[in-house]
Design a protein around this ligand. Sequence first.
Ligand code: SAM
Ligand code: SF4
Length: 348
Amino acid sequence: MAPITPASSLDLAGTRPAPLIDPFARAITYLRVSVTDRCDFRCVYCMSEHMSFLPKADLLSLEELDRLCSAFVAKGVNKLRLTGGEPLVRRGIMTLFASLSRHLDSGALKELTLTTNGSQLEKYAAELKGYGVERINVSLDTLDPDKFRAITRWGDLDKVLAGIDAAQAAGLKVKINAVALKGVNEDEINDMIAWAHGRGMDMTLIEVMPLGEVGETRLDQYVPLSLLRARLAERLTLEDIDYQTGGPARYVRVKETGGRLGFITPLTHNFCESCNRVRITCTGTLYMCLGQEDAADLRAPLRASEGDEPLHRAIDAAILRKPKGHDFVIDRRQQRPALARHMSVTGG
Ligand code: SAM
Ligand code: SF4
């Protein structure tokens, strides 16, 4: 692929565009980009076994993704996370990391990172580090190879563990994200914490969110983290700390291990009041909230002009529509997905 030509971070008048402030006075400084809706796994809470994916022709090119991300960086976004689907299965993805790293060099971006299932990390960890990536999130819900296969349907635990080894060897800081699944990994959380903290990795537990039809009812998968936390507290000393990563996780320090444990609880505790993020899909659709349908098309303004003016106007208009929050519910009356969209579209 040809090298990506950097887009300017200045507007036509040579000044920086106004930063993004939503109607609730929240500054939007964090952009998550789903670079592909495809994945080499089929996790039971994320995808159905037989997914239909977008035609490749609908996807933004890597050059267009760079332009889009750069427009947000020009508007004050200082943290960029590439996700998916599985970001590392997108062909040529390293050229996007390479080109986006110029915003780290310029100081406009404080962090360039990714969320990955780890399957390709062995191959890419060193290169990612070379492009300025410092910390990554690896999703891993179990350390049991059979359970791992059952959860991911297609995944191989050994490959992911080798990926984590490679990431740590390359000097990347790894955080483990585990979705709490009723009757599946509930009994393993203690061991996973000991494993992650023993290797110097933070760990975050996530509640299942009702996104997309996955062929099982959410009630079967959902376990409130308030319950898991209470159970953990019977065996471990969980000390509240005010550590922040700019995300929705609330952290405790586990006294026995010395490591940090985060809880992401969109259902038992809504974290919208401090939301600083928006998400774009691989087709250039901007979602102002993970839990709402409203979206703005950025592909048309992106393609309408070689300059970024129409794109900046479209971004400004969309941010003014960012809602106050989401309203996910999982209970016996509400067993349908809250949203038809799968997590792999917006990247979580
Ligand atoms: N494929 C990459 C991975 O698995 O890390 C990145 C994309 S994945 C959609 C991002 C995160 O969303 C993963 O940690 C995954 O466990 C989580 N996730 C997917 N579907 C979810 C759901 N319905 N509820 C809660 N978390 C979900
Ligand atoms: Fe793929 Fe990540 Fe979704 Fe699992 S959670 S199916 S690895 S996108």
